[in-house]
Design a protein around this ligand. Structure first.
Ligand code: SAH
Length: 351
């Protein structure tokens, strides 16, 4: 439920005062407004959509295995920063930390940092990870230096996007404005130049400016310290997304302007652009690879069998949840994994 439209009223007031706003600003306010933003007020976001870690413990466990393999490949550094961006309820980190115990001495080497914007979700993460030493930071820049494994599941899709539309030969930006009844409506700006370097095969462009910032931050970090970042999210494997802004509430897709702050806003991830920016910065890129392929290579089938054998009454549920993660007709194909690494590390295992 939204805050009875209070955020909608505030957004309408902003638009009356300053004029129509870009889609990115609308997204930012809806997701992060301290009083009424979606993530700022909803610790139980999994009512509205179910993420991979909330689907099965196998997801986080296999990423724990992946982390162990990368640590080994990095030469078993005595201290390894494990950094998660947008950890939600903390479930994935909890499952990873259980699994890393398979690697002798890795648990002692780990220093866990969570990059989380929402104070409410920070509290939820502390509860989930009780007994573990964790620190919260605003930005990956504030994580301690040193070798790092960085992970983000369904983090990139909530980074704000701008949308550009070509109509009658001129580019215009999609904006959120008001109609005569003071309802929120989409409209188009006067003629603008879209930011340079964006690929536009058609008449629509979507651009997440935060991807540039993210690559800048990784480039800076990886210029002094070895590290790998793994992002898993939805988006096309080739080409850039267009017109993909969507809103979800209680498992259903709703209109993005209908309930600001009350529904999750998301857009497909531009993997092609992310990879292009990383390569231009001389970072190493693996993928994007289908989530199903990565999890299968990391041993999803074996883990499913071990869990099923340990608890036969639950074996069917475990198998169904793993199938949700890996099947091409469920999350297996639509979700992709991309690894971005310090050039010295070379290809990431599992790709
Ligand atoms: N990774 C979790 C949660 C995904 S929801 C899972 O898979 O279940 C997105 C998460 O990213 C939330 O925790 C949200 O609060 C956080 N988030 C979104 N934008 C952010 C930003 N700019 N900085 C830090 N955290 C952000």
């Amino acid at each position: 439920m939204s805050d009875d439209g209070e955020l909608k009223t505030r957004i309408a007031e902003l638009i009356s005062r300053d004029g129509p706003m870009p889609v990115s600003l609308y997204m930012m306010i809806c997701l992060h407004d301290p009083r009424a933003g979606y993530y700022a007020t909803r610790a139980a976001f999994n009512r509205d959509f179910t993420t991979a870690p909330e689907t099965s413990q196998v997801f986080g466990e296999l990423l724990g295995v992946w982390t162990g393999i990368q640590w080994t490949h990095m030469g078993l550094p005595k201290k390894l920063n494990l950094i998660e961006m947008g950890p939600g309820r903390g479930t994935m980190m909890k499952d990873m930390l259980r699994m890393v115990r398979m690697f002798p001495r890795l648990s002692e080497a780990l220093d866990v940092t969570l990059v989380e914007a929402s104070p409410l979700l920070r509290e939820e993460q502390k509860r989930t990870l009780e007994g573990h030493q964790i620190r919260h930071v605003e930005s990956i820049d504030d994580a301690p230096p040193g070798p790092a494994i960085i992970l983000g599941n369904e983090f990139l899709d909530c980074l704000p996007i701008n949308q550009f539309v070509r109509a009658s030969g001129a580019w215009r930006e999609r904006q959120v404005g008001l109609n005569a009844k003071r309802e929120l409506v989409f409209g188009l700006s006067p003629r603008v130049e879209p930011p340079p370097g964006l690929s536009s095969t058609g008449d629509e462009i979507e651009h997440a400016p935060a991807l540039e910032l993210l690559i800048d931050k990784l480039t800076r970090r990886f210029s002094t310290d070895p590290g790998r970042a793994l992002f898993i999210d939805y988006g096309p494997a080739m080409g850039s997304p267009t017109d993909t802004l969507r809103a979800y509430s209680r498992g259903r897709q709703v209109h993005p302007l209908s309930d600001p702050g009350g529904s999750d806003l998301t857009a497909d991830v531009d993997f092609a652009r992310l990879a292009g920016l990383a390569r231009a910065a001389k970072l190493h890129v693996d993928g994007p690879l289908a989530q199903g392929s990565l999890l299968t290579k990391l041993g999803a089938g074996i883990r499913e069998k071990v869990l099923g054998d340990a608890n036969p009454a639950r074996a069917h549920d475990v198998s169904a949840a793993v199938a949700t993660l890996v099947s091409p007709d469920q999350m297996g194909e639509r979700f992709k994994a991309i690894a971005i690494s310090a050039p010295s590390l070379g290809p990431a295992q599992g790709f």
